[in-house]
Design a protein around this ligand. Structure first.
Ligand SMILES: [Zn+2]
Length: 104
């Protein structure tokens, strides 16, 4: 997929369906620009409570992949929102950690 800030924003809001969600996550893992967008949006929305000190893009990828795997293993009794938050939260945290625009 191409860069799409609206999809990144929707991702953060948990508004994407499963197919688009996977495409966006894949894109985020490959696209620095969209990671920056995600990070910026997350900060603007104050979605991040803790600033983690991960400075390793690989850690970000791993947290994304773990979130996806956890989501797949779990039974489907969770709502879509729950599952999206499970994926979005570590991504947002990792994106924030990678952002050079930290605010104290
Ligand atoms: Zn992009």
């Amino acid at each position: 997929m191409k860069c799409n800030p609206e999809l990144v924003s929707a991702f953060l809001d948990g508004e994407l369906d499963d197919v688009i969600l996977e495409a966006v996550i894949k894109h985020l893992m490959e696209c620095e620009d969209c990671c920056q967008t995600l990070s910026h949006l997350a900060q603007v929305r104050d979605a991040i409570t803790d600033q983690v000190t991960v400075s390793d893009p690989e850690a970000m990828t791993q947290s994304i992949m773990m979130a996806i795997q956890n989501e797949r293993i779990l039974p489907v009794k969770h709502t879509l929102h729950d599952r999206l938050m499970r994926v979005a939260a570590p991504v947002a945290r990792a994106a924030a950690a990678l952002s050079p625009m930290k605010t104290p």
